[in-house]
Design a protein around this ligand. Structure first.
Ligand SMILES: *Cc1c(COP(=O)(O)O)cnc(C)c1O
Length: 498
């Protein structure tokens, strides 16, 4: 049976349930499977005749030993029942050789729902499977979309509480509104003075704090994570790559076995890492193309092998990708070095101490073999949104527009003509102001009401807003707490009364 171990080597022999419950390994590393299952091309061809839910149950069953396909099947039916498209993750061809994989039909209109609607089932079952008795406290740092998706997933789930930290500046007005209006008896939402990296490092520190863990345990609590450092977050994301390939086969866009490229707007490296896992499991994927905004730390890394977080942090139109520390890269490095935990731990140590590390030539060659990378600034992002609406009659959100732009640039530079699957990670209606500015080529008045902008965007583009967003108009603010970077621990303890 596949077991999980830490990328830093100390935590080994962990079950899937325990890995999901813990989130982060006790040595600070991330849990990775010791061995990946494989699907044959016949298995993949057979997916064509299945629903998304059936495809996902099959893939998840392989990635979560100790969970049965039957229990997964039941949860997955419930998890995706309220999506506003029955296909769950539809593949929409928009140009010759290009299709969009739309991952934003869930309750929060961004791709995080794909995993965070499933994770609560995995986690509550993990509590039972491991015999844990503590109440689970989910801590999440969010660059905008994870927070709301985690809140929606965990609100009122018995045996759990959830606390979300979001950066005071940077998230879009709609993202903020979605979080501060969140209902549920077990939720807390706190904004942090600083950017996403500040919020994420703050949360990571809490996870690593043994004294705090003891204090929690005395109160009957244990932490877990809903960020993509949690294996339970990644596993459901692998499924949609298989599903998309099956859809392209079914639509006659590709033939069985054809390699396709995927282009992923990337922040914490979770989504694109799921594509890597799908590729390793036998899905015919060619290049995995990592798209970044002006925060181009990943473009530089995937090009040169040098990861250097010591650079200016930009607030861009694609806030969910405003990240300089991409946690999941650690998992990729572990796999590419064939499980050399000593090497990985060394690089991560160097990153923590100096803000920089450089991989060896062999690892860089392995990266180049599989990945390509590019980045796009805000102006180009806006012009892509406008252009694609005119030329292809398709409205992109800013994150997906970054991916579109990088896909074009990659094609032009490499001459690689393989079919491209562009991963569409959010509804444009989560980012009305920049999208409206892009399509109307005029500035939007300061202080304009977000829901007025929704109506304007709908009228201008002949599209409609996801009902899940439109219905937030009459909600009231329920969370107003703001803390300094070093105030996270106190906020947790106050809330839990420990
Ligand atoms: C989270 C997010 C991303 C980045 O995904 P990662 O898995 O963190 O790389 C991109 N786009 C949107 C809209 C997101 O919410």
């Amino acid at each position: 049976m596949t077991i999980f171990s830490s990328t830093r080597g100390l935590d080994t022999g962990t079950s899937a349930a325990a890995a999901i419950l813990k989130g982060l390994a006790s040595d600070g590393g991330l849990f990775v499977p010791s061995q990946l299952p494989r699907l044959t091309i016949d298995d993949i061809i057979a997916l064509q005749e299945m629903t998304y839910q059936q495809r996902a149950s099959k893939v998840l069953g392989l990635l979560l030993p100790g969970y049965t396909e039957q229990e997964l099947g039941a949860w997955i039916e419930k998890a995706y029942a309220d999506f506003d498209d029955a296909r769950v993750a539809p593949v929409v061809p928009v140009a010759p050789g290009v299709a969009m994989l739309e991952l934003w039909h869930g309750p929060t209109a961004a791709f995080k729902d794909m995993a965070l609607q499933v994770l609560p089932y995995l986690l509550t079952a993990a509590i039972q499977k491991t015999g844990a008795t503590d109440e689970i406290v989910i801590l999440a740092a969010t660059s905008g979309d994870t927070g709301k998706a985690a809140l929606e997933g965990f609100k009122d789930v018995p045996g759990t509480r959830i606390m979300v930290f979001f950066p005071e500046v940077g998230v879009s007005p709609m993202q903020r509104w979605q979080m501060v209006t969140q209902g549920g008896s077990n939720v807390s939402v706190v904004s942090v003075v600083g950017n996403f990296d500040d919020a994420q490092s703050g949360v990571k520190k809490l996870f690593a704090d043994r004294a705090l863990a003891k204090r929690l345990a005395a109160g009957g609590f244990a932490f877990s994570s809903a960020n993509s450092i949690n294996w339970g977050r990644l596993a459901p994301q692998v499924a949609y790559y298989f599903s998309a390939y099956a859809d392209l086969l079914k639509q006659g866009k590709i033939n069985a076995g054809d390699l396709i490229n995927v282009v992923v707007p990337t922040g914490n490296f979770g989504n694109i890492l799921a594509a890597y896992y799908a590729r390793e499991m036998g899905l015919p994927l060619g290049k995995l193309i990592c798209a970044s905004n002006q925060n181009d730390v990943l473009t530089e890394f995937l090009t040169t092998g040098v990861y250097d977080r010591q650079r200016p942090f930009f607030q861009t139109l694609s806030p969910s990708m405003d990240i300089l520390l991409s946690s999941n890269l650690e998992r990729l490095l572990y796999h590419l070095t064939k499980g050399n935990a000593v090497k990985v731990a060394g690089w991560m140590d160097s990153l923590a101490k100096t803000g920089r590390y450089q991989v060896d030539d062999e690892t860089l060659a392995a990266l180049h073999d599989i990945f390509a990378a590019g980045c796009t600034g805000d102006e180009a992002t806006k012009s892509v949104i406008s252009h694609v609406l005119q030329e292809n009659n398709y409205l992109l959100d800013p994150h997906t527009a970054v991916a579109w732009s990088v896909a074009q640039e990659y094609k032009a530079k490499s001459g690689d003509e393989r079919y491209s699957l562009i991963v569409s990670t959010a509804s444009p209606y989560k980012f009305c102001r920049p999208v409206l500015e892009a399509v109307s080529d005029a500035p939007v008045a300061e202080g304009a009401d977000e829901f007025d902008l929704i109506r304007q965007l709908a009228a201008k583009t002949a599209t409609s807003a996801p009902a899940a967003l439109a219905r937030l108009e009459n909600e009231t603010v329920k969370h107003q707490k703001l803390v300094q970077k070093d105030g996270l621990e106190q906020a947790v303890c106050e809330w839990l009364k420990v």
